[in-house]
Design a protein around this ligand. Structure first.
Ligand code: SF4
Ligand code: SF4
Length: 328
């Protein structure tokens, strides 16, 4: 039986809500299959006050073995590095996190806020919010670059705003079955196989993208990259392959651009995520690994070859081309 403790820092709790939506299998079945004992979780456990303090103290002192230590939400360091802006069980939250991370077999940051600061760390950041081992794309965070849990791992990051329930449960499964090795983590200390695709891969708007047949307004069928801010070509995630909510949806399938919520620098300050910033008509943020000159050349050729069907449908809410062919 592996003991799991979860604490919440600065965040909305969305990763927990996402996890409670796990379906294949559901959360309780997964925990049972993996022999994981949730000793305390702020959203689903009954204990409060002194009982929680006793649980945390027993783990921190080594009286009880802490196998899986999960943090959701960013950790505040303010004011002046004291962390006193957020007191938890009579001490600054940051002190609990450091003490518990020191004894944990695995420390896991769930969600972009815990992994790299996320929304609380964006902008002026008066709370001094930070991720556990990253502050945006800089290593360090509140535990420091050299931190390793007792099993020899850095903080295992499972970002997302929120994280996909599969990313969380499958990571826990790999960890619990000792199938995850440090070399399976990528440059951001994420289990690589969830994040070595782009959100763009398998998006149903791919054909529109290839021919630069772009939606001009929300609710239209075309690609959202050229005008409506989509960052799917830069965002490392498998959202359009794995799908969400009963394997039916993704942001772009629902008509919303990918805002690259798994990125270490999410959210970018002063950014309109629903409008593509351009310079001389060329999007400022280009597809990952595509040289600018190649992109410009490709756009010109693609637009010359765009089929009539895509031109019409890109700016339509439904398949208008088909209706035109059928004379309706
Ligand atoms: S909408 Fe975004 S993810 Fe979909 S094809 Fe266009 S750029 Fe790619
Ligand atoms: S499609 Fe992009 S914004 Fe949407 S959940 Fe996936 S990574 Fe986040």
């Amino acid at each position: 039986m592996k003991n799991l403790l979860c604490l919440h820092g600065l965040g909305c709790g969305g990763d927990t809500i996402s996890l409670l939506n796990a379906e294949e299998p559901d959360l309780l079945t997964a925990l049972e299959m993996l022999d994981i004992n949730v000793v305390w979780h702020p959203s689903i456990s009954l204990e409060k006050g002194d009982d929680v303090k006793q649980i945390c103290s027993d783990f921190a002192s080594g009286k009880r073995r802490l196998d899986l230590f999960i943090i959701e939400g960013a950790v505040p360091t303010g004011p002046d590095g004291s962390g006193r802006i957020y007191e938890f069980l009579g001490r600054p939250f940051i002190e609990w996190v450091r003490d518990l991370a020191a004894v944990a077999e695995h420390t896991i940051a769930v969600g972009t806020c815990a992994a790299s600061g996320g929304i609380p760390a964006a902008g002026p950041n008066p709370a001094g919010a930070s991720g556990l081992q990253f502050m945006q794309d800089k290593t360090g965070g509140i535990l420091g670059d050299g931190y390793r849990s007792k099993s020899g791992f850095p903080v295992i990051n499972i970002p997302g705003c929120p994280s996909h329930p599969d990313w969380i449960l499958e990571s826990l499964s790999l960890i619990a079955r000792k199938k995850l090795l440090p070399e399976h983590l990528d440059y951001a200390n994420r289990p690589a196989h969830f994040f070595n695709n782009l959100a763009h891969h398998a998006c149903p708007r791919n054909e529109f993208y290839e021919f630069k047949a772009s939606a001009e307004e929300f609710g239209q069928m075309g690609c959202l990259f050229e005008h409506l801010g989509c960052r799917g070509t830069q965002c490392e995630s498998d959202c359009n392959i794995r799908l969400w909510l009963g394997r039916t949806g993704s942001c772009t399938r629902a008509g919303s651009p990918c805002i690259s919520c798994t990125s270490q620098n999410f959210p970018l300050p002063d950014t309109n995520y629903f409008k593509t910033e351009t310079i001389a008509g060329i999007p400022k943020a280009l597809p990952k690994d595509v040289p600018k000159a190649w992109y410009i050349g490709m756009v010109g050729l693609s637009k010359m070859a765009t089929p009539e069907r895509l031109k019409i449908n890109a700016v339509s809410a439904h398949n208008k081309y088909q209706k035109k062919v059928e004379g309706k």
